[in-house]
Design a protein around this ligand. Structure first.
Ligand code: ATP
Ligand code: MG
Length: 311
């Protein structure tokens, strides 16, 4: 059992137009399970696989959206698998835009998006996976987590005082991050073994690009609403977040649910890479519309006769 059917030694060939292709070596965008990665050295936030055609990429993304809608229709009809897509990132890395652009065109009935914020008092009365379990996608559906239970080893690790609100018995606090990695790995294995495929995208934006995007959010009045002073406060913890992400990628990129480290300085590339990976994952499932039995087919033909005779 290994989902998705992508491995870091593979190169995806993306047909961008009749006469141009984009070669995407997955080693630049996957955290290989079992190998130690260093975020800063191994992954370039500005990587675009040597491709510069933003317009072409946007057109390709539209084509992919249509393809995704078709696959999703079969996925829904087949009603066996569910797909959980997780987005994690620093602020302004483009999670919202990726969700919006990659998923546009999909039947809203087949797709559910949840954004995880600071836990409520009710949520804090439960174990930390509880709120995520309640929101897992049903079979046949794509569920998107905009932030996720990974916040529990990211923001909570950077601000360990948040643990004090979690009402944990003292004994559970020893070695807590290692325990949480193990719990998350076990949880995801359980999901995958039950037909819920887990795709995890870390949108890897650079500190300078984040600064530029924050400046834009202040300079452009229609972007002001997106700007929160809290985001700048978190930016001050940049290095701590990078360390937490790096450890998290090393500890939770598994054979059954590997992490994709998506370069996020060029939005068009982020969106294209995410959509390609989702499409390849769905393609790997050999999706088919459910086959109708001979008996059912005969029933349908009988009903058809009746309907046709009404005229
Ligand atoms: P945007 O800013 O684009 O609207 P966002 O995902 O940053 O999207 P916010 O409402 O700004 O949404 O922030 C949500 C906040 O909730 C983040 O700072 C995140 O770290 C925090 N958060 C999420 N899960 C947890 C958790 N389990 N414990 C503590 N904080 C959490
Ligand atoms: Mg925010």
């Amino acid at each position: 059992m290994s989902y998705p059917a992508l491995d870091p030694d593979q190169t995806l060939i993306v047909q961008m137009s009749e006469d141009s292709t984009l070669e995407l070596p997955l080693k630049h965008i996957m955290a290989p399970p079992g190998k130690h990665i260093t975020l800063r050295e191994d992954y370039d936030p500005a990587f675009t696989a040597g491709f510069k055609g933003k317009k072409e990429a946007e057109r390709k993304l539209e084509e992919n959206s249509q393809k995704l809608a078709e696959y999703q229709d079969i996925f829904y009809a087949q009603d066996n698998y569910a797909l959980l897509v997780i987005f994690q990132a620093m602020d302004a890395a483009g999670k919202d835009g990726a969700v919006k652009h990659v998923m546009s065109g999909i039947n809203p009935q087949g797709c559910q998006v949840f954004s995880f914020k600071t836990p409520s008092t009710e949520e804090l009365d439960h174990d930390y996976l509880w709120r995520s379990m309640k929101r897992l996608p049903e079979r046949g559906r794509i569920g998107i987590f905009n932030r996720s239970y990974y916040e529990e080893v990211l923001v909570v690790r950077v601000h360990p005082e948040f643990l004090n609100t979690q009402k944990l018995p003292p004994s559970t606090r020893d070695n807590i991050w290692k325990k949480r990695y193990d719990q998350i790995n076990g949880f995801e294995k359980y999901l995958v073994q039950n037909g819920i495929i887990v795709l995890k995208f870390f949108l890897n934006v650079s500190k300078e690009e984040q600064r530029q995007r924050f400046l834009k959010r202040i300079d452009e009045p229609e972007k002001n609403w997106k700007f929160s002073p809290a985001d700048v406060k978190e930016r001050a913890f940049w290095d701590d977040y990078q360390a937490a992400y790096q450890d998290c990628l090393n500890q939770t990129s598994t054979e059954w649910a590997p992490w994709f480290v998506i370069p996020a300085d060029a939005k068009w590339f982020t969106r294209l890479a995410v959509s390609e990976i989702i499409i390849h994952t769905l393609q790997g499932l050999n999706l088919r519309y459910p086959e109708v039995s001979e008996q059912r087919r005969q029933e349908l033909l009988e009903i058809r006769k009746l309907l046709a005779a009404e005229h």
